[in-house]
Design a protein around this ligand. Structure first.
Ligand code: HAM
Length: 416
């Protein structure tokens, strides 16, 4: 039997994990510096949680979720995103009682049954953060600035930030009616997908990727011209703070996100280095979600970003993470030295030094080849002669220098 990984999933191989670990650490450092604390929620949740939060009419809920009935006949879904779970956990654990503003982050796998292509997987990884409990534009901008800081730290500068305001429960329904009336006038000329959306989700029609739809809707009214005073004021403040922070952006009145929970600010970061799946990150404000999920009215804002898309750019740029090679390879020149080599390697490791020796009973020549392959910084060859004299040559495999050392001093020498 030939087993293969499931379509749309990917092994992250030992040759790739150093980059992943380096990037994850950079992300964690930035989150820490912005004072966000990690939350780890289960990978599966009740299906109802996602229906309620992401929205029944979205593509994610409509056609992308991995949903199954477990043996107790409960409907379970593998999380397609992190916000719903984070807010479920926030409400369930009364996190709002301890702090007026909870700043939380997550990194982990998400699952969506989309058509796989470059930058689009069925199991992919997101890092994201949620600031739960603040209505201020300052918080929106902190979230955006933090996302951008992560890309900057990793040397990614070729991105663009688009922002919009999607209004609130007061002005959005009014705008939707105006838009719907306009869309109905040209309904028969729109793509089938867009026609379906007019009734339930007319704003998504403005976000259509279909070229003909784009032309037809080019002069449609935009939400940014129909915001109520509060939303308009909030949006103005977000824009002026972004400018004050020196973060370039464009306003895209057509930007609607693929999740229903947003109110006011919505944003997306895209990169021209990616193909058709060019969204690096997305997020926005969601002032009604906590209440929707059974908590108190708690204004919140957050973002999430795809790890694989970030990796694609770093790999394209030839980004090299720090090496994870052993510091020393201890080789046995003959059989009598094998036990000493094993014990010394263990001693070095216990002293916190990444060390390797041969476990395959190989010749000295093969051991030295292995030391090169592993890119060890030093090698030490020990045989019966060295054991007798208590001395051996420590070779620096990087600059090819060598020095005679006392075997009893090996840990101290390597440690300095
Ligand atoms: P989202 O836009 O659905 O937002 O996903 C965020 C990012 O996840 C995307 O910009 C993309 O980089 C990555 N992504 C999404 N789907 C895939 C896929 N199939 N394969 C690879 N990468 C993918 C959210 O998930 C919201 N929870 C963001 C948020 C947090 N809003 C408020 N707080």
């Amino acid at each position: 039997m030939n087993y293969r990984s499931i379509k749309g999933t990917k092994d992250i191989l030992p040759s790739e994990t150093p980059l992943w670990q380096f990037v994850e650490q950079t992300i964690r450092d930035v989150f820490h510096q912005f004072n966000y604390k990690e939350i780890r929620t289960p990978i599966f949740e009740s299906t109802a949680l996602f229906l309620r939060s992401i929205g029944e009419l979205t593509d994610i809920v409509g056609k992308e979720m991995y949903t199954f009935e477990d043996r107790s006949h409960d409907s379970i879904t593998l999380r397609p995103e992190g916000t719903a779970s984070a807010i479920r956990a926030y409400v369930q654990n009364n996190l709002g009682e301890a702090l007026p503003l909870s700043k939380i982050y997550y990194i982990g796998p998400m699952f969506r049954q989309e058509r796989p292509q470059a930058g689009r997987l069925r199991q992919f990884h997101q890092f994201g953060a949620e600031a739960v409990g603040s209505p201020t534009a300052e918080t929106d901008v902190e979230i955006i600035a933090m996302t951008i800081e992560i890309y900057k730290r990793l040397g990614i500068t070729n991105y663009s930030l688009q922002i919009n305001s999607v209004g609130d429960e007061e002005c959005r329904p009014r705008y939707k009616e105006i838009l719907k009336a306009e869309l109905l006038k040209i309904a028969d000329k729109l793509s089938f997908e867009s026609q379906k959306r007019i009734e339930q989700n007319p704003m998504r029609v403005l976000d259509s990727k279909d070229e003909n739809d784009k032309t037809l809707t080019a002069s449609m009214p935009l939400i940014t011209d129909h915001l109520n005073e509060e939303c308009a004021k909030h949006f103005e403040r977000v824009k002026s703070l972004l400018t004050a922070y020196g973060i370039p952006f464009t306003v895209n009145g057509r930007l609607v996100r693929g999740l229903d929970y947003y109110t006011k600010t919505a944003f997306e970061i895209t990169s021209s280095e990616l193909g058709s799946q060019d969204a690096l990150a997305g997020g926005g404000r969601y002032d009604l979600l906590v209440k929707e999920l059974g908590g108190k009215q708690t204004p919140s804002v957050g973002f999430a970003a795809g790890m694989e898309r970030l990796m694609m750019i770093l790999e394209k740029k030839g980004f090299q993470p720090p090496k994870q090679s052993p510091k020393i390879f201890v080789a046995a020149a003959d059989e009598t030295a094998r036990e000493w080599v094993l014990q010394t390697t263990m001693k070095l490791r216990s002293a916190g030094i990444a060390s390797e020796c041969d476990l395959l009973s190989r010749s000295l020549k093969s051991q030295m080849k292995e030391a090169d392959r592993q890119q060890a910084q030093f090698s030490l060859v020990v045989g019966s002669m060295e054991l007798e004299s208590g001395k051996a040559l420590l070779k620096n495999l990087t600059d090819h220098s060598q020095q005679e050392i006392l075997l009893s001093d090996i840990v101290t020498i390597i440690n300095t």
